[in-house]
Design a protein around this ligand. Structure first.
Ligand SMILES: Nc1ncnc2c1ncn2[C@@H]1O[C@H](COP(=O)(O)OS(=O)(=O)O)[C@@H](OP(=O)(O)O)[C@H]1O
Ligand SMILES: [Mg+2]
Ligand SMILES: [Mg+2]
Ligand SMILES: [Mg+2]
Length: 349
């Protein structure tokens, strides 16, 4: 089955949503509010989610959607809602055909926008077509001017078929070295995409029509001592002490690159880095499907392997979380087993 239409809609929807998040970053007020788990959400997260869901509902009205955010905070605070609405109604692609004919044009009213945001409340599961949206992955990174990603994946019967990551602050150049260095000016902004069985690509993130994509692939490494690995910036999201020990046992000499969001998956998929380690910190935290769906497919289509620390494939069919997985190890297929073995020794699992 071809997913050409899904891919096109997803890429353009991500491109339009990233235009909104970049606008929020450029403005001084980010409208940051704290969620019940104390994590931040901004007007950028709400606005990007509204725009993506609007495009999905226009093209695929019967599909279900699992999205990170909900409109409750906006329904309680009309000035915050108004702020998001001003952004949503003012953000469109420069390419009129793509904006109107593919994405369906503007959202009609503030109330419609709030209802759209709340359409991301599917429970997920193992049957049917379900989109996973993270409107801003790495909100903390976004706020500090670091890496973040606008993430969209389509699962069919629990299997990821299409994945798109918009990374406004990564270099466009696939050959640029993996770096914690941040910036949002010239030469930045890339979209990674993959369709199951068709490989992975990167293309510049624009504000109009899609540019031509280039095939990407993981780096072919045989000697792990030369590898570079990346992990989360936040120590509360991944055990950095365990990662350092694992790197040492693998003979990796370069320090890890700490980078926010699924930009890590995109970076290793294009060979800028080799390994992404996300090691459990808490026994109870369940990873969310929107934090991994697109990245998992993009890395696997680029020649990588992605498992949890027990060597199991990430299972997106358990609902809104990866309830049956612990942590993530993403690496080139040829060395994944070797990395997994050392992870298991260090974690004693
Ligand atoms: N306790 C805990 N453990 C693991 N992961 C957690 C935890 N808390 C949050 N999150 C999720 O981490 C998402 C951010 O991704 P990263 O950890 O890769 O980036 S970062 O360096 O922490 O910014 C972040 O995504 P966003 O909320 O979209 O920013 C969270 O969903
Ligand atoms: Mg969040
Ligand atoms: Mg996230
Ligand atoms: Mg998010």
């Amino acid at each position: 089955m071809s997913y050409a239409k899904e891919l096109l809609v997803a890429q353009l929807a991500v491109q339009r949503a990233a235009r909104l998040t970049k606008q929020v970053f450029a403005d001084s007020a980010k409208g940051t509010v704290s969620k019940s788990d104390a994590s931040p959400v901004t007007i950028g997260d709400f606005g990007a989610q509204a725009l993506i869901i609007a495009a999905l509902k226009k093209n695929f009205p019967d599909d279900e959607i699992v999205a990170e955010e909900e409109a409750a905070k906006l329904r309680e605070d009309d000035s915050l809602a108004e702020h998001v609405w001003n952004l949503v109604k003012g953000t469109r692609l420069d390419d009129e055909k793509a904006e109107k004919e593919v994405l369906g044009g503007s959202v009609q009213s503030k109330d419609e926008m709030l209802d759209l945001i709340d359409k991301g409340d599917s429970k997920g599961g193992r049957s049917g077509r379900i989109w996973a949206i993270d409107p801003i992955d790495g909100t903390k990174g976004f706020l500090r001017g670091g890496q973040y990603a606008v993430c969209l994946g389509l699962m069919v019967d629990g299997d990821v078929k299409v994945g798109v990551l918009g990374c406004p602050n990564l270099p466009v150049d696939d050959a640029a070295e993996l770096s914690a260095d941040i910036g949002n000016g010239e030469g930045r902004g890339v979209i990674f995409s993959a369709v199951q069985g068709e490989g992975a690509t990167s293309r510049p993130l624009t504000t109009g029509a899609l540019e031509e994509g280039k095939r990407i692939g993981m780096k072919k490494i045989t000697d792990l001592s030369a590898a570079s690995f990346c992990e989360s910036v936040e120590a509360g999201h991944s055990n950095q002490g365990d990662a350092a020990q694992i790197a040492q046992k693998l003979g990796i000499t370069r320090p890890s690159v700490r980078m926010d969001s699924q930009a890590k998956y995109g970076s290793i998929a294009r060979g800028a880095g080799d390994i992404y380690l996300r090691l459990p910190v808490s026994k109870t935290y369940q990873e969310k499907i929107w934090d991994h769906a697109a990245g998992d497919l993009i890395v696997r289509e680029a020649g990588g392997q992605v498992t949890d620390v027990l060597g199991r494939r990430l299972d997106f069919g358990h609902g809104r979380t990866l309830a049956e997985n612990k942590g993530v190890i993403a690496a080139p297929a040829a060395v994944h087993d070797q990395v997994l073995k050392v992870v298991q020794e260090v974690l004693s699992v």
